[in-house]
Structures are given as structure tokens and as C-alpha cells.
Design a protein around this ligand. Structure first.
Ligand code: NAG
Ligand code: NAG
Ligand code: NAG
Ligand code: CU
Length: 648
């Protein structure tokens, strides 16, 4: 019925474009379907953003001594790990409502901001918004933030198939709870890996997040006397978890875990989203099972089988799980924080259950087994890693036990992008500029920073520039754009003459259609074991190189320039370059990627760690002239500062 109605409306709209659609007929939850031979639909969602809490009165007797376990599943009950805290919710859920649609569906999300005192935006991570760049959700770049009490309608076509997700792009709202899964399915015949799995179900979406006992704003710019403040205290799987007593290997909170039901003898496509905000890479492993990786960041990969998958904030990985164990058995799914988080012993579990649907959810979500010992790997010998945090990524060989993403192959080659002399090569060094506050932030200066400890602070930069936002939306208010607003390495404002670090609207401009190579170098001194994930909006990136210096020397931009001249900067030998949109840079190393700048607009490129982007680790890529960009609708909301002249 709905399909017929929609087709009718499309034809109708082409004739007279003023007909309005009653969106309430197009419930987005109905869009989850087999996408083979399926006509596009409208998928409508209505969301309310709120300040809310976990373990509130809606949770009834959940988590109480002798309490009611079934109360943990009551509507509006957000359990998280079982501790009470303030959060930001979408429709009183964390994660927010999942979106499962088919390619070419029209996603329409009405977002009402019910958070007094906070403006918001939502970014659709993985979508390129070619037709609707003003739906990208970056405040003061592609739209004005959605003010308290107002509703903003995101409406865009589901163009990029695969495992995507959505998250807030303002302040610390993502770490507070504003994120969720977004899966765009396509006909099976379009998937080169479709013969590897039998099922691709919405219940096999794993959204992993990190968690604190308080709102992110509480830790901004950080509490200097509390060395551990800017770090997660726990992880969640699909918003669920326990606080774990590490000595007893028992839960300290009586809240349900996420569980994933499978049937023996079937092969399932799982979709993993790393929706974390903090600096820690996380290991995903599944007891008794390997993972056959078939996609990352929504792009198909030739399959490789591993035991332990390491990812950082913003990345997605799809894998096939071969359910080859006995009916009635169950297995741990585990997340362990590594890198910077290794000392904090953060671990969370979910359950993989070989259980028919007659087995109650309550039994599966409160497993009777003790947790395994902290971080003790499920595979002891010959454990195969993807993206081991200590990997140098310098020796591209598929035979190694530890693979880097550049060891994996896509199904596509694009020699016209990867094998030509690029029109632009930008060598960019990012840094955290860790140092004493007296040196970093002169008095009477109000630059953003984050506390590391006592008087030591950090400021994010790319080429010694801290990114600041303009005061209006560049894309949708082109008449307000003035060249003097922008800076880059060679064009710094006068006020920065005596300073190494300058804060301004860092913009790098390229012509529409040019081939661009970015070499991103980790110059962050004093911080090792930190793999910053860089995300570019609006594009798919061919990853052509990745590594550290062959002699173990920390990389710098100057070193990278020399090595490029001497042709010693390592390029991947693999011609089937993996395609990504979020790329982890090896610690003190570099990553090289290329793209064709054929999507005009203003696109932010930034570190996906929430605290780093919030202290300026990012910049804007301007593709094309403002006149070449897609125009926003006439009545699109506008914003700017208000500072009229004053007369005496
Ligand atoms: C919980 O139930 C047990 C067994 O019925 C009882 O002994 C105990 O007192 C109860 N605890 C509380 C706090 O009600
Ligand atoms: C990476 O190397 C560091 C330093 O040698 C070590 O402490 C850490 O355990 C290693 N990480 C992993 C995941 O093996
Ligand atoms: C930042 O400035 C320092 C000091 O001028 C310079 O040595 C370094 O190369 C610069 N870094 C980048 C990435 O431009
Ligand atoms: Cu970073």
C-alpha cells in the first residue's frame, strides 16, 4: 500500500512541486526490508533531544536489591552500566533509535531540541550529501545549530550503502549519548561478499561506546588535579553493560547486557560501529569464534579472517560470524580498551547466544557465568589481529599475524585517482602541543585547551593552527563569506605574528574536480601509543600509504617532505587500496590518502576524538567556489553574531 502511495507522490511532485506529504504515514521503522527489487520509500523519524538520566524512575525496580529484572526493559528506562548519571538522550534512548533503510530511500528526521541551554546538530557519518550538503550536520559550516525549542528537518537520500552511523557534531553531546546506528542496505547482487553469509539482520548491529560517570562538559577543559578525568570509566554495547568487579569477575550492577541471538549452522553478517569519543582503541573479540572482515567504513573488502579487531572512534567494520557451535551454548563478546587506556582496565561484555526465540530475553541478558579474567585473550596462540595498536604498518604482507588496514584489499581500483600525479599534495602535521599553561596560553588569552595534569595543558593544531568555527553557516550563507575570514599556514592573521600557535578558521581550498593527496603526519610529541583517527566529510578516501619511520624516528612534516623527495615515504604495494572515511594514523607515523574533489562544498576534516576536535584539531576543506556549491533552500535558517555600531 505505502509503496504505491509513494510512487504516486513522486510522479505527482515532478509535475507540480507544491504537493505536501503527510510524513506520519511513512514510519521509518517500516523501512527495514529486503532491498532486492524494492522501490525507494520515505523513511520518517521524529526525535526529541533531551537532558535525561540513567536508572531513573522509569526503571522501576531495575537494579535494586531483590529488584525486578524485567523493569530494566521498561520504556524510557536507560540502564547504561547501572549507575545513575545525567545524559543526553534521543527519544529517551541511548543509543538513539536505529535507522535501517535501503539505498535510495529518502531519510527524513525531524529533530526537536528539548535541551534548554544547548544547541545541537546531528552528522550522518558515512553519507556524502552530494545533493544536500546542507544536511551534513556541522555547526557553522553546513548549518546553524538547532536551537532549544526549535525543530530542524534533516531530509536526504540514503545514497551510500553500508554500515554508517549518526552522532552529534556539537560540543560533547556524542559522549553524553547522542549517537546511533544507521544501516543502508542494498540488493544482495550488489555485494561482492554476499556469498559469504546467509543473514544480514538488524539485530546484529553492534554499537560500541565509551562511558563516564558524568556529562562530558563536566570535564571541560579538564580537572587538573584529577589525572584520570579525561578518560572513559566503562564501555557499553548497544547502550548496555555492567560495572564489573575485576577481582571477583562478577557484575557489581544488576543491569542487563546486550545479547545477539544466532542459530547453529548459519552465517551472519555483523555490523560493528565504533561510536566512542575518547582516545582509546578498543579490541573486539568473540569467544569461540573468528571474524571474517568483509567491509570497513561501509566499503567492501576482500575477506580476511581474524580473532581480534582493533578500531578507533568513528570506524565501522562488518564481519561474517560463522555460527558453528552447539545449540544452547553461549559465548562472550568482549570489548577491551588498549593504547592509552591499557592501565585503566576497561572491559565490557555482551552475549552471543545460540538460543531459539523461545528462550527469554531475560535469561540471555543476565548470563549466569562469571566473566573471564581481565583481557585474557580467547585465542592464546597465533592470535590474528587487525590494526594492532603497536603495529608499525610498515611491512605490507598479508602473511603477518597482525594486519593493518592497508594490508586489506578493496574490490575497486581507481588508477585515475591513485596512480596519477595529484593536482594538490598537502602535508599536514597535527599536534597536541602539550606543555605548561604559562607557555601555551598567555594570560589575557582565552584559547581553548584541555588539562592533562597539574599545570600541563594540550591544544589541538594542524600545521600549528587551532581550528575555530566561524559565527555563521558558511555553506548556507554564502553572501556572508569573506576571504579575510580564513587562514592557513601561509596566511596567518597579523595578531598571530609572534605566536607559534594561531587560532583561526583554518581553510584549505582546492578546485572542483582536482585530485588531492593528503599526507597526515602525527607530530604530537610526548604522546605515544595514541592513534588519532582522522575523518573527512563528504568523501571516500583511497588509503595509499601508512606507516612509521623505518628507523623508528618520530615522523615530522619536514621529514615527510624529505622522504617524499627521496621517494622513501612508503606507499602501499597493494594496488587494491582499501577505501575509508575515518583513518587511524599510526602513533608518530603517517597516513597517505587520495580522493577526487568532485563534491563541492565545505567539508570538515578532523580528529574523531571528541576532546581533540573540541580543542581545534581539524580544518575545513573548501571544494570549489561558493558559486559552484549546491544552494540551500530559500528559507533555510540563518545565524550570525549581532554587534551593531554604538553611537554616543
Ligand atoms: C532479598 O531477598 C532475600 C530472600 O528473600 C531476603 O533474605 C533479603 O532480606 C532481601 N533483601 C532486601 C534488601 O529486601
Ligand atoms: C604495546 O606496547 C606497549 C609498550 O611496549 C605495551 O605496554 C602494550 O601492552 C602493547 N599493547 C598491546 C595491545 O599489546
Ligand atoms: C610548527 O612550528 C614549528 C616552529 O616554527 C615548526 O618547527 C614545525 O615544523 C611546525 N609544524 C608544522 C606541522 O607546520
Ligand atoms: Cu586526536
Amino acid at each position: 500500500m505505502i509503496k504505491i502511495t509513494f510512487t504516486f507522490i513522486v510522479i505527482f511532485c515532478e509535475l507540480i512541486t507544491i504537493e505536501t506529504v503527510d510524513l506520519s504515514q511513512f514510519n521509518g521503522d517500516d523501512c527495514y526490508r529486503d532491498c532486492t527489487n524494492s522501490a525507494p520509500r520515505i523513511c520518517y523519524y521524529k526525535w526529541l533531544l533531551e537532558h535525561f538520566h540513567t536508572m531513573g524512575p522509569a526503571c522501576g525496580q531495575c537494579g535494586k536489591v531483590n529488584g525486578s529484572i524485567s523493569d530494566c526493559f521498561l520504556p524510557q528506562c536507560i540502564t547504561a552500566d547501572g549507575l545513575q548519571r545525567g545524559v543526553m538522550s534521543i527519544n529517551r534512548q541511548i543509543p538513539g533509535p536505529p535507522i535501517h533503510v535501503c539505498q535510495n530511500d529518502q531519510i527524513v528526521v525531524d529533530i526537536t531540541n528539548g535541551m534548554g541551554g544547548s544547541a545541537a546538530t546531528i552528522h550522518w557519518h558515512g553519507l556524502h550529501q552530494r545533493e544536500t550538503p546542507y544536511m551534513d550536520g556541522v555547526p557553522f559550516v553546513t548549518q546553524c545549530p538547532i536551537d532549544f525549542a526549535t525543530t530542524f528537518r534533516y531530509s536526504f537520500k540514503a545514497t551510500e550503502p553500508g554500515t554508517q552511523f549518526y552522532h552529534s557534531h556539537t560540543g560533547h553531546h556524542k559522549v553524553n549519548g547522542h549517537y546511533g546506528g544507521l544501516v543502508i542496505r542494498r540488493p544482495k547482487s550488489d555485494d561482492p561478499n554476499s556469498n559469504l553469509y546467509d543473514y544480514d539482520l538488524k539485530e546484529h548491529l553492534i554499537v560500541a561506546s565509551d562511558w563516564m560517570n558524568n556529562l562530558g562538559e563536566f570535564f571541560t577543559p579538564g580537572l587538573p588535579a584529577n589525572k584520570e578525568n579525561l578518560r572513559p570509566t566503562n564501555f557499553l554495547v548497544n547502550g548496555r553493560g555492567n560495572v564489573i568487579d575485576r577481582n571477583q569477575c562478577r557484575p557489581k550492577t544488576a543491569t542487563p547486557l546486550a545479547f545477539f541471538r544466532v542459530r547453529s549452522g548459519q552465517r551472519y553478517r555483523f555490523r560493528f560501529v565504533n561510536a566512542m569519543s575518547h582516545n582509546c582503541p578498543v579490541i573486539l573479540e568473540i569467544e569461540g569464534h573468528s571474524m571474517q572482515i568483509i567491509a570497513s567504513d561501509s566499503y567492501d573488502l576482500q575477506p580476511v579472517t581474524i580473532d581480534s579487531l582493533v578500531s578507533t572512534s568513528g570506524e565501522r567494520y562488518d564481519f561474517v560470524l560463522n555460527a558453528n557451535q552447539k545449540i544452547g551454548s553461549s559465548f562472550w563478546i568482549r570489548l577491551v580498551g588498549v593504547g592509552m587506556c591499557e592501565g585503566f582496565k576497561i572491559e565490557q561484555f555482551a552475549v552471543l547466544a545460540y538460543a531459539p526465540s523461545s528462550v527469554s530475553d531475560l535469561i540471555l541478558s543476565f548470563p549466569q557465568r562469571r566473566f573471564p579474567k581481565f583481557a585474557e585473550p580467547f585465542v592464546q596462540n597465533e592470535r590474528r589481529f587487525l590494526n594492532h595498536p603497536n603495529a608499525t604498518c610498515s611491512d605490507s604482507s598479508i602473511d603477518k599475524k597482525s594486519l593493518c588496514i592497508t594490508d586489506l584489499s578493496s574490490y575497486d581500483t581507481e588508477p585515475s585517482i591513485t596512480d596519477v600525479i595529484p593536482d594538490h599534495r598537502f602535508i599536514l602535521g597535527f599536534d597536541l602541543n602539550i606543555g605548561p599553561i604559562s607557555e601555551r596560553i598567555p594570560l589575557n588569552n582565552f584559547e581553548p585547551f584541555m588539562s592533562i595534569s597539574e599545570d600541563i595543558v594540550a591544544i589541538g593544531t594542524v600545521n600549528n593552527i587551532t581550528f575555530t568555527f566561524p559565527s555563521f553557516s558558511l555553506l548556507t550563507q554564502p553572501d556572508d563569506v569573506d576571504e579575510s575570514l580564513f587562514c592557513d599556514e601561509n596566511n596567518r592573521p597579523e595578531r598571530c605574528d609572534d605566536m607559534r600557535i594561531c587560532s583561526c578558521v583554518h581553510r584549505i581550498k582546492v578546485e572542483l574536480g582536482s585530485i588531492v593527496e593528503l599526507v597526515i603526519v602525527d607530530e604530537a610529541e610526548a604522546v605515544s601509543q595514541l592513534n588519532h583517527p582522522f575523518h573527512l566529510h563528504g568523501y571516500r578516501l583511497y588509503v595509499t600509504g601508512m606507516g612509521q619511520h623505518p628507523d623508528g624516528i618520530p615522523m615530522t612534516v619536514n621529514l615527510a617532505k624529505q622522504m617524499i623527495k627521496q621517494r622513501t615515504l612508503r606507499k602501499s604495494l597493494n594496488n587494491m587500496h582499501p577505501i575509508k572515511d575515518t583513518i587511524s594514523i599510526p602513533s608518530r607515523g603517517y597516513t597517505i590518502f587520495r580522493f577526487k574533489a568532485d563534491n563541492p562544498g565545505w567539508w570538515i576534516l578532523h580528529c574523531h576524538f571528541e576532546w581533540h576536535v573540541n580543542v581545534g584539531m581539524g580544518f575545513l576543506l573548501q571544494v570549489g567556489e561558493t558559486s559552484e556549491m549546491v544552494k540551500a533552500p530559500e528559507n533555510f535558517p540563518k545565524c550570525n553574531s549581532y554587534t551593531p555600531d554604538v553611537e554616543l
